[in-house]
Design a protein around this ligand. Structure first.
Ligand code: FNR
Length: 366
């Protein structure tokens, strides 16, 4: 069963034994204060690691400014690096490959969760959506502060430093978070970027920040250990470009020249899956559209089941498939797919709660 998903795959310097990847999943279970990864997180990731399996660890803020709030594990302090070491050790002990997703939240944050610090963004344009305040109330997103031109370079440098920190924590590589309406995508898209400096205006200018960040990360740790995640046609967090093809064709073309480990695309049908159950209809397949434009390894994510993942890889639309929600509730997901065993359903109520409930207490197959 599932032959294509269990063919080995070379991604950058890593030899994957199979093509069932764990997608990055924010779980909000860092130790507070300090936003530190901890022993419970190591248990959870260790359960999900497998021999030659690629685990992309949850989005990790590259600075204090980049964070959504205190329960998100960061990668900008010595204590956080030490915390992540527990996780990379647990993944490596099972023979897995550990990648950390590097994140800047941009305008998708609220000052009440950030000790009063206003979110920053390319332009002072609020996302037309709501979020939870520190008091647990549903509130509209605030109008963010536009980053000064001089500050933009500092954020690029933060990503480079965070990539070095990730390697110091034992990660095999990093993934640049360029999806879902956060800072990199906000620079890229015209609805959130009305800047008049060299980071705003036409496609080349709007793509500059994302490409500069990716180059900085690649320069810090090696392009072959750097991946990037994009969500063309996605609508999460009030994102989306009216005409995605010219913009993303340019971006993918430029990324091709960097020699990255992989490109990771979120299928638009699953856009916003972190917030609610979705299966957007009448949207294109990002992997099918961009596979012909991308020369390296391609990971696709979004609403895959065992059979559709197998079909996607067999058809050559993607080299590997990342699973999000089903990796939450099935710690042994690759083995289950291999055995053609049923998936345990996930409990959305515990996605962002605390402690082991709905986190490290999902059982493996008996
Ligand atoms: C997510 N997703 C996500 N994406 C990302 O790039 N970084 C992240 O940290 C998170 N966090 C996150 C948390 C939770 C609880 C969910 C459900 C989702 C999106 C995720 O990686 C994936 O793209 C979607 O879940 C769609 O894939 P599935 O779940 O259909 O396999």
């Amino acid at each position: 069963m599932s032959l294509s998903l269990f063919r080995p795959l070379k991604v950058g310097p890593w030899s994957l034994a199979h093509r069932v990847v764990m997608a990055p999943l924010t779980r909000m279970r860092a130790t507070v204060p300090g936003s530190m990864p901890n022993a419970l997180n190591a248990v959870y990731y260790g359960q999900r690691a497998s021999q030659g399996g690629l685990i992309i660890c949850e989005a990790s803020p590259v600075s204090q400014q980049a964070s959504m709030g205190p329960r998100i594990p960061g990668i900008h302090s010595a204590e956080q690096i030490a915390g992540w070491k527990l996780i990379t050790d647990a993944i490596h002990a099972k023979g897995g490959i550990a990648v950390l997703q590097l994140w800047h939240i941009g305008r998708i944050a609220h000052s009440s969760n950030r000790a009063g610090a206003l979110p920053v963004a390319p332009s002072a344009i609020a996302a037309n959506a709501s979020t939870l305040s520190a008091a647990g109330e549903t509130v509209p997103f605030e109008t963010p502060r536009a980053l000064e031109t001089a500050e933009v370079g500092a954020v690029v440098a933060d990503f480079g430093q965070a990539a070095r920190n990730a390697i110091a924590a034992g990660f095999d590589g990093v993934e640049v978070h360029g999806a879902n309406g956060y800072l990199l995508e906000a620079f890229l898209q015209s609805r959130s970027n009305t800047r008049t400096d060299h980071s705003g205006g036409g496609i080349e200018n709007r793509a500059r920040f994302m490409l500069d960040v990716t180059r900085a990360v690649a320069a810090a740790i090696g392009a072959e250990r750097t991946g990037i995640r994009l969500s063309p046609y996605g609508r999460a967090n009030d994102s989306g470009e009216t005409e995605p093809m010219p913009l993303y064709s340019y971006v993918v073309g430029e990324l091709n020249t960097l020699g990255l480990a992989y490109l990771h695309l979120i299928e638009p049908r699953a856009s916003g899956a972190g917030q609610r159950e979705v299966d957007h209809q009448d949207v294109p397949s990002a992997a099918v559209l961009f596979r012909p434009l991308w020369q390296g390894a391609l990971i696709a994510a979004g609403n895959f089941k065992a059979d559709t993942a197998e079909a996607m890889v067999t058809a050559g639309h993607a080299d590997a498939i990342a699973f999000g929600r089903y990796f939450i509730s099935n710690p042994d997901l690759p083995a289950r797919i291999h055995a053609n065993a049923p998936f345990t359903p996930y409990n959305r109520a515990t996605f962002y709660s605390s402690g082991p409930n709905g986190y490290s207490d999902y059982a493996a197959m008996s």
